[in-house]
Design a protein around this ligand. Structure first.
Ligand code: 0A1
Ligand code: ZN
Length: 880
């Protein structure tokens, strides 16, 4: 493996040349597309070196001609390699015209211009534009674009690009053209074009200031009926951003296009968002309730980028979290307002505490604002996105809604139309609020998950209660020692009846009535002393998950059960139950490993029964409480992960709870049967999630009736959430019903790839012993296509990341299977291959035998000669 060079933040220099305007002409042809680019360029007055050498990025381009100020350049005046075009002796200001040929049909990496389902589409973030034409392909070079698209009308009737359509018409030989103009200056990564046979759902939106905007969702004709939810979500997002942040859409036309082949979720190209079709298409027969919610959040996310990302963009890719962390925070807030806040928070926290904490503890750990990278595509991570969102959220918590809004307003006032840094964002927040965030900035700079240890002390005589917090952060690659973080800790103190007590800190007057407050932990060890505390409380700590840290408190099991039954903070109420479940499960894992008989005390059953029978709690919340911590999360809580013991312990506990709570589950299931299959409002979704959670427990009882029920539900339900819940239960059982229903599902849905993805995932996540063989054989199935990222994630991703029990099989075949796929996929789509590598990178978490086998597979990948930079970086860091 050749070693690739890392880029460093400290090496950032302003671009030597800027582009004021871009004129692009595409003669679209799947095999060979001609791209003519005319760039109006000038020297950057801010560049330091006064050299007259122009370096443009360009990758896999077939250069046909170059003209500088209309004079054709001959080969003595420039050099080309496969990454750059270098022109010597350029003047202060000039026009550069290049003509290149590119090959969309052969583009399997899905970066740049490629074909999806016969349609042209583009993906330019972060560095795809250089696969289209020669350009200073970096986000701090912003220009206006005029784009002419020419193609065969018959085959490509729809031709779209950013901005406004200014001309269109017919040409000779069955060709037609469309000309688009985007008045907003933008970096090249926000360029997009689409060409093909697409139908369009159209609507309009009137902004707060009374402007009317045309909204269009493009998809292939047979899926037009599945676009309504996306359109509705878009309108909700537009209204929400006006109301919450005073931000209005600045376009006349806002387009969304659904593409079947897409490396990520979606892309915020100015005025022309391109989406993975998974985040656009939905009908209650084909999409689950979770799909509907994901669509709302991704539509919101891309729309919100129009301000946080497009109007104000990133200076360089080290600043990626400037737009991504902030935009995820915004989409989470939007989703919370569209559904239920505590449920949204539980789902945010699950991502952070599960895979993000794992990333922070692994070989790829990096700060929210990384200091170096080899391949930027590898830094579209949970740390940059989700931990970045937590960092924005913590600023919001420390400043409060009003001052945070003031900070946002100031940020746009100062930086509209600019490419800036996370530092500019923090400074706007500081300047608007007067709150000092100097120590807080460490959240952007230091990697790793802080751990906070709590000690508590009650002085009954003095009626004083002390909470002492001690923080530490484990070393991460390149950062052996950490400075203390500024950690906002939201707390409450519960009295014996479970009521939140009044909170008054030593030295404060009693005037303010607070039962819920945020403590600022800034030192390594710090004590907060509460006065006038009438009885020893049970503390409710890190309410609402107020910081992305591991909070460790020596609660007794009874205290956790008490919090699970009483905490007014719904997030912490859920969390207390989860913590109790983790403890019980880890004890069971120990018992299994030591060959001791298994038993669980009834505290968890009692807490769950109380929750289910509590008429004041929301159904969706109850359903969340029924989900035991997953196997990956449990593995992260052990010094040496034991995937097999974890799987059996969890299964045992689920069976035990099913038996203990049979009556409650049955009643709850019956009470919630009436859930209108066509509706996806929060209340109906809550009913469905609760009844299906109960059914999954009931199916573990040795009672054939429940299996029959599942088979019926899988076959007859008219709602994908219900069908999939039932089929999911059946996939873990070796029974004729399983085979029948899996086959029937395929027959019914084989022409809907997004539905077939669910079918692939369920089989890949089955605990049955034959699963590894089934997964191998599904690779050959007619429905599988290794070139499509959604299929790859649905089958290979689901098996390797969502089925730890089988992936970590003792004979090591799961590891070999994954390494084979990574090598296969790397040869045509490095981004997707690199993302699959994560589970192997976790080898240090396992026993010596597994470690050795996982490492051997990483070494086998590393030995591949023409390995991509994407996979190369991850493998190299994993082995370091
Ligand atoms: N900016 C997009 C994410 C994105 C990044 C890279 C892509 O292809 C390589 C595609 C999308 C977002 O945050 O939604
Ligand atoms: Zn984004």
């Amino acid at each position: 493996m050749k070693k690739n060079k890392a880029l460093r933040l400290e090496d950032y220099r302003p671009a030597s040349y800027l582009v004021d305007s871009v004129d692009l002409r595409f003669e679209l042809d799947p095999a060979a597309t001609l791209v003519r680019a005319t760039l109006a360029m000038r020297r950057n007055p801010e560049a330091d070196a006064k050299e007259d050498q122009l370096i443009l990025n360009g990758k896999h381009l077939d250069l046909r001609s170059i003209r500088l100020d209309e004079r054709e350049l001959d080969t003595d005046h420039f050099q080309v390699d496969d990454e750059h075009l270098v022109i010597e002796g350029v003047p202060q200001a000039f026009t550069l015209e290049t003509e290149v040929i590119i090959h969309p049909e052969k583009n399997t990496a899905l970066e740049g211009l490629y074909l999806s389902g016969g349609n042209f589409c583009t993906q330019c973030e972060p560095e795809g534009f250089r696969r289209i034409t020669y350009f200073p392909d970096r986000p701090d070079v912003m220009a206006t674009y005029r784009v002419t698209l020419v193609a065969q009308r018959e085959q490509f009737p729809v031709l779209l690009s950013n901005g406004n359509l200014v001309a269109h018409g017919d040409l000779d030989a069955g060709r037609h053209f469309a000309e688009w103009e985007d008045p907003f200056r933008k970096p090249s990564y926000l360029f997009a074009l689409v060409g093909g046979k697409l139908s369009c759902l159209e609507d309009s939106y009137t902004t707060a200031s009374g402007r009317s905007i045309t909204l269009q969702v493009y998809a292939d004709a047979r899926h037009l009926g599945q676009c309504a939810h996306a359109m509705k979500s878009l309108k909700q997002a537009m209204r929400w951003d006006e109301q919450r942040f005073g931000l209005e859409c600045d376009l006349n036309q806002y387009m969304i296009v659904a593409a079947d082949d897409f490396n990520m979720g979606a892309m915020e190209n100015k005025g022309l968002n391109i989406f993975n079709s998974k985040y656009v298409l939905a009908a209650s027969e084909t999409a689950t309730d979770a799909d509907f919610q994901n669509i709302t959040s991704v539509i919101g996310h891309e729309y919100f980028h129009n301000w946080t990302g497009n109007r104000v963009t990133c200076r360089d890719w080290f600043q990626l979290s400037l737009k991504e962390g902030l935009t995820v925070f915004r989409d989470q807030e939007f989703s919370a307002d569209m559904t239920a806040r505590p449920i949204q928070r539980i789902s945010d926290a699950r991502i952070i505490r599960g895979p993000q904490f794992a990333e922070d503890a692994g070989p790829m750990a990096h700060p929210v604002r990384p200091r170096s990278y080899v391949e930027i595509n590898n830094f579209y991570t949970l740390t940059v996105y989700n931990k970045g969102a937590e960092v924005s959220r913590m600023i919001h918590t420390l400043l409060g809604e009003k001052a945070f809004r003031g900070g946002m307003d100031l940020y746009f006032q100062r930086h509209d139309g600019q490419a800036v840094t996370t530092e500019d964002f923090v400074r706007a927040m500081e300047d608007a609020s007067g709150i000092d965030l100097s120590q807080f900035r460490l959240w952007y700079e230091q990697a790793g998950t802080p751990e906070v240890q709590v000690e508590r002390h009650y002085d009954a005589e003095q009626k004083r209660y002390c909470l002492t917090f001690t923080q530490s952060c484990p070393p991460t690659p390149g950062q052996p020692r950490k400075e203390p973080f500024h950690i906002p800790i939201a707390v409450g103190l519960l009295d014996r009846k479970g009521r939140s007590m009044h909170l008054q800190l030593e030295g404060e007057s009693r005037a303010k009535e607070t039962r819920d407050r945020v403590l600022s932990l800034t030192r390594t060890r710090q004590t907060f002393e509460f006065v006038d505390v009438k009885q020893e409380p049970v503390p409710s700590l890190l309410r609402g998950f107020s910081a992305p840290v591991k909070m460790k408190c020596d609660y007794a099991d009874e205290e956790l059960a008490f919090l699970a039954g009483h905490d007014e903070d719904e997030f912490n109420r859920w969390d207390a139950g989860q913590q109790l479940a983790v403890r019980i499960l880890l004890r069971l894992v120990d018992d299994l490993r030591e060959g001791r008989p298994l038993h669980a005390d009834n505290r968890l059953s009692d807490a769950l029964r109380d929750t289910l029978e509590n008429p004041h709690l929301d159904r969706a919340f109850k359903a969340q409480c029924l989900i035991l911590p997953d196997e990956n999360y449990l593995a992260d809580q052990m010094d040496v992960a034991d995937p097999s013991a974890i799987h059996h312990a969890r299964q045992w506990l689920r069976e035990h709870l099913a038996a203990d709570l049979r009556k409650t589950f049955l009643n709850t299931w019956q009470d919630n049967l009436e859930a209108d299959p066509k509706q996806v409002d929060a209340a109906t979704v809550g009913r469905r999630s609760l009844k299906n959670a109960c059914l999954s427990y009931l199916s573990l009882l040795d009672e054939e009736i429940f299996i029959e029920l599942c088979a019926n539900q899988a076959q007859l339900a008219h709602n994908m959430t219900d069908v999939l819940a039932a089929l999911g239960i059946l996939t873990h059982r070796d029974s004729p019903q399983r085979e029948e229903q899996i086959a029937a599902f395929y027959r019914q849905w084989k022409s809907e790839p997004l539905v077939i993805d669910k079918w692939l995932s369920l089989q890949a996540q089955s605990s049955l012993p034959q699963t590894p063989e089934i997964v191998e054989s599904l690779l050959q199935h007619e429905a599988f296509n290794i070139k499509n990222p959604n299929r790859v994630r649905a089958l290979i991703g689901a098996f390797c990341q969502g089925n730890p029990y089988h992936f970590h099989a003792e004979d090591g075949r799961g590891y070999a299977f994954l390494a084979d796929r990574i090598l296969e996929i790397d040869s045509f789509n490095p981004q997707v291959a690199a993302r699959l590598t994560t589970p192997l990178g976790r080898w240090r978490r396992y026993d010596p035998k597994r470690q050795q086998m996982m490492k051997a597979q990483l070494e086998r990948i590393a030995a591949r000669e023409d390995l991509s930079r994407d996979v190369g970086e991850i493998v190299e860091k994993s082995l370091a």
